[in-house]
Design a protein around this ligand. Structure first.
Ligand SMILES: O=P(O)(O)OC[C@H]1O[C@](O)(COP(=O)(O)O)[C@@H](O)[C@@H]1O
Ligand SMILES: [Mg+2]
Ligand SMILES: [Mg+2]
Length: 335
């Protein structure tokens, strides 16, 4: 039962029974993500005052310069979950390989693996624009008490048991689903508690916001170009408004509240687009569908894609159902 201003802790306990495999393990896992989010939030908030801005000096498996806050957030989320022995494996956008958490120990009865984008929107860290964290949780497919394998991570998105994000913005929010709708909790920094502020979040079926990096326009597939032109035409309730923060979490969050579409297509620059299927697209697609929205690569439902690599990228179109379908229509017609 949803009660406004219920704390996240209360919500997790009261909704535990609705989890298909409820044994309290998933509750503990979400609680540990809540804790790590608060620790990272504290560091993000004082980013200009401490030595946490700028590059860390290394390049990650994505070929990107790791930011100090990428590294910090990665450590905090992994540590917090590992120290509590509540997962059997973790995969991160910032780690080359998945991490097995003493899963070969037959006493390790943990059944969940977690995939995270510890810091989303890295290009915005140094310029004080909102950033986020994204998480995705699956039930392992290999037998409990045996070493986790790649198969435990390469599962199609529709098998997620939970997914969510934290947005470190004007306020800090944790938004998540366990397959029973999407709820948003706002952190009261004075007492360090998340409160239910956005119960049962839903994408409006239609919206008037499009979010795409138009700087790459000339490299986009013709169908996407045609859809962007459609958004800009003087007709009916158009032109739509262009809003692009450059942090997937923040653009998604705004579009879920106001109605809109986010597009990161493939292009002649990135043959599969930029966003990572496991750490970014699957969790956001699960949230979108749970909030009456839609997510595809233009032709296929994101949640039906069978992953083949830990760090694979896919074209990503996500948001208000009718807007995504319109974009898909333009892409089909341009084939
Ligand atoms: O600068 P671009 O190419 O438009 O890319 C912005 C996109 O890349 C991302 O920053 C990728 O995420 P990371 O910051 O986690 O690498 C998204 O959050 C954002 O939507
Ligand atoms: Mg990201
Ligand atoms: Mg990231």
């Amino acid at each position: 039962m949803l009660r406004k201003h219920q704390t996240l802790g209360e919500f997790i306990i009261e909704n535990q029974a609705s989890f298909k495999y409820s044994s309290g393990e998933l509750s503990s896992l979400i609680n540990s993500i809540r804790l790590a989010a608060k620790v990272v939030n504290y560091e993000v908030n004082k980013a200009g005052l401490v030595d946490i801005l700028g590059a860390a000096g290394d390049t990650n498996v994505q070929g990107e310069d790791q930011q100090k806050l990428d590294v910090y957030a990665n450590e905090k989320f992994i540590q917090t979950m590992t120290n509590r022995n509540i997962v059997c494996g973790i995969a991160s956008e910032e780690e080359d390989h998945f991490i097995a958490i003493n899963s070969q120990d037959e006493n390790n009865q943990n059944k969940y693996v977690v995939l995270i984008d510890p810091l989303d929107g890295s290009s915005n860290i140094d310029v004080n624009v909102s950033v986020g964290t994204i998480f995705s949780i699956y039930r392992r497919v290999t037998p409990i008490g045996t070493p986790v394998t790649l198969d435990d991570f390469l599962q199609p998105g529709h098998l997620q048991v939970a997914a969510g994000y934290v947005v470190y913005g004007t306020s800090t929010m944790l938004v998540y689903t366990t397959g029973d709708g999407v709820n948003g909790f706002t952190l009261n920094p004075a007492i360090g508690t998340f409160y239910l502020s956005h119960p049962n979040m839903k994408f409006p079926e239609d919206g008037r916001i499009y979010s795409v990096n138009e700087g790459n326009y000339i490299h986009f597939p013709q169908g996407v170009k045609n859809y962007i032109k459609y958004c800009q035409m003087e007709e009916g309730d158009r032109p739509y408004t262009s809003r692009y923060i450059g942090s997937l979490v923040s653009d998604f969050h705004r579009n879920m509240i106001k109605g809109g579409i986010y597009i990161y297509p493939k292009s002649s620059l990135n043959s599969n687009g930029k966003l990572r299927l496991l750490y970014e697209c699957n969790p956001m697609a699960f949230l979108a569908e749970q909030a009456n929205g839609k997510a595809s690569n233009g032709f296929q439902r994101i949640l039906d894609i069978h992953p083949t690599e830990l760090h694979e990228r896919v074209p990503f179109i996500c948001g208000s159902k009718n807007m995504v379908e319109k974009c898909e229509e333009f892409m089909r017609n341009a084939q």
